[in-house]
Design a protein around this ligand. Structure first.
Ligand code: DAK
Length: 258
């Protein structure tokens, strides 16, 4: 892979989008390689948590590659769109948490990519926005759907209609990101969260994600029924027994993922 760097260590995968000269803009090759990368991560039982970031000082991802978009015929645009949708859905439905470490501009498709991740942490230098209307487009990777779910309809509407960028501090204020750090502390903060997640029971983490993700799309009653079903499934696992015993015996649990 040329446009994606993948590093695995200690049950953590660090995925870096690597086109710094084009501010990591999403072209066909990036999508193709992200697709391959997330297929690999889905199948790799040794990976528990993923961090996604951008290469260089300036950008997480400055959006879809505008120069490439301008050259596409109908068929190529359709394929690009399908590939992009596959990648965003693969990230959102991955059974392990994906933390976006937003190191700079997250615009258009880049902001949508961060929103497809499960948690967002931003550097003070990060800027967020959906500038599509200024290009005669609207967000095409579910930005109009994910943003209102994260920050509420009114604020999302303002961002989508004005196309204006917001600062990391404002993004934290509206709930688009969970934490803001100094640029040099960004990966450390993301890794600390990853470490905390990795220390928990893997099946519980997976089921908790499923309960939140799927339940969010259901009505309250169905969501609670779904939660109860997952709770029941987990109760029969070795790790639940180990977690409860370890608490009573005042020791650290030794989870096996079973
Ligand atoms: N695409 C291609 N190249 C880009 C780029 C982009 N999105 N953003 C930046 N670059 C390139 C610049 O052209 C420049 O390249 P050279 O001229 O040096 O060759 C280099 O990166 C450095 O950028 P700047 O010189 O512009 O850097 P500045 O610091 O002055 O400005 C900036 C930084 C982020 C404010 C500015 O670069 C900028 O406004 N970039 C564009 C942001 C943007 O509008 N992004 C696109 C949003 S629209 C679809 C679904 C979704 C979408 C499309 C299709 N389908 C379902 C089919 C999504 C669309 C979008 O994302």
């Amino acid at each position: 892979m040329e446009t994606i760097l993948l590093e695995k260590r200690d049950r953590l995968a660090l995925v870096t989008i690597n086109r710094p000269k084009a501010l990591n803009a999403l072209n066909n090759q990036v999508f193709e390689e992200l697709d391959l990368c997330f297929r690999d991560l889905a199948d790799d039982d040794d990976v528990a948590v993923v961090i996604l970031t951008g290469s260089g000082e300036k950008a997480f991802v400055a959006g879809a590659d505008i120069k490439e978009l301008a050259t596409l015929d109908t068929m190529a645009a359709r394929l690009l769109s399908q590939r992009g949708q596959r990648v965003f859905n693969a990230i959102e439905s991955l059974s392990k948490p994906v933390i976006a470490a937003v190191n700079g501009f997250a615009l258009g498709g880049g902001c949508e990519l961060a929103m497809a991740c499960h948690v967002r942490i931003a550097s003070e230098k990060a800027r967020f926005g959906l500038p599509e209307v200024g290009l005669g487009l609207i967000p095409g990777y579910a930005g109009t759907q994910r943003l209102p779910r994260l920050v509420g309809k009114g604020i999302a509407m303002e961002m989508v209609l004005s196309g204006e960028m917001i600062s990391a501090a404002r993004a934290a204020e509206i709930g688009l990101v969970n934490h803001v750090t100094a640029p040099e502390a960004l990966l450390e903060k993301a890794e600390a969260l990853a470490d905390s997640i990795k220390s928990k029971a893997p099946l519980a983490v997976r089921h908790a994600m499923e309960a939140v993700n799927r339940g969010f799309e259901m009505n309250r009653e169905d969501g609670e029924r779904f939660e109860a079903a997952l709770f029941g499934l987990l109760a029969g696992t070795e790790d639940t027994g180990e977690g409860l015993r370890a608490f009573i015996e005042k020791r650290k649990p030794d989870f096996k993922g079973r």
